[in-house]
Write a protein that binds this ligand. Structure first.
Ligand SMILES: [Zn+2]
Length: 163
């Protein structure tokens, strides 16, 4: 993905409350290897439930705040991330929901989906035995990942406008 600045990040969220924006921890933008990112995802270390997911849609930067559901999935089973389609131990995939309005409080509707717990799908699709991470394979998985992320944030954005 193309590099982003702190200023761009602060104004790109479609469903964040003012408080969430004020308290948003900045990801390590200088350490980010942009060429190996389809989207930028990070968690708030102080509030273990909150996560941030940002990507470019053409020239527009789109961000969505997500919250992980309390309690994880049952250990010992496998689960699939709905964004990168990687199958992983269930403890590494979580149900996240995106609130459909930038209003304070936990009320209101939301859209939920299963995502890699650390929001690091871009890293996951580049990790594995060599035959699974050939440049061609990573490129096609990356394109599919970005397509799914775009559809997810688009649903949140549209519904937020109507909410
Ligand atoms: Zn994933």
């Amino acid at each position: 993905m193309r590099e982003v600045t702190e200023t761009e990040l602060r104004s790109c969220f479609v469903n964040a409350t003012q408080r969430e924006l004020d308290q948003m921890p900045m990801p390590g933008l200088h350490e980010t290897i942009w060429a190996e990112r389809e989207y930028l995802g990070w968690r708030d270390q102080r509030s273990s439930r909150i996560g941030y997911l940002v990507h470019w849609r053409d020239d527009e930067l789109i961000g969505v705040v997500v919250r992980s559901a309390p309690g994880g999935m049952r250990p010992g089973i496998a689960a699939m991330c709905s964004l990168c389609h990687s199958t992983q131990p269930a403890t590494q995939v979580r149900m996240f929901s995106a609130r459909l309005a930038s209003l304070d409080g936990d009320t209101g509707s939301s859209i939920g989906t299963y995502i890699c717990e650390d929001l690091a799908c871009s890293h996951i699709i580049r990790t594995g035995p060599p035959h699974l991470v050939s440049p061609e394979r990573v490129a096609s998985r990356g394109a599919a990942l970005l397509g799914r992320v775009t559809r997810f944030t688009q649903r949140v954005e549209r519904a937020s406008r109507e909410a």
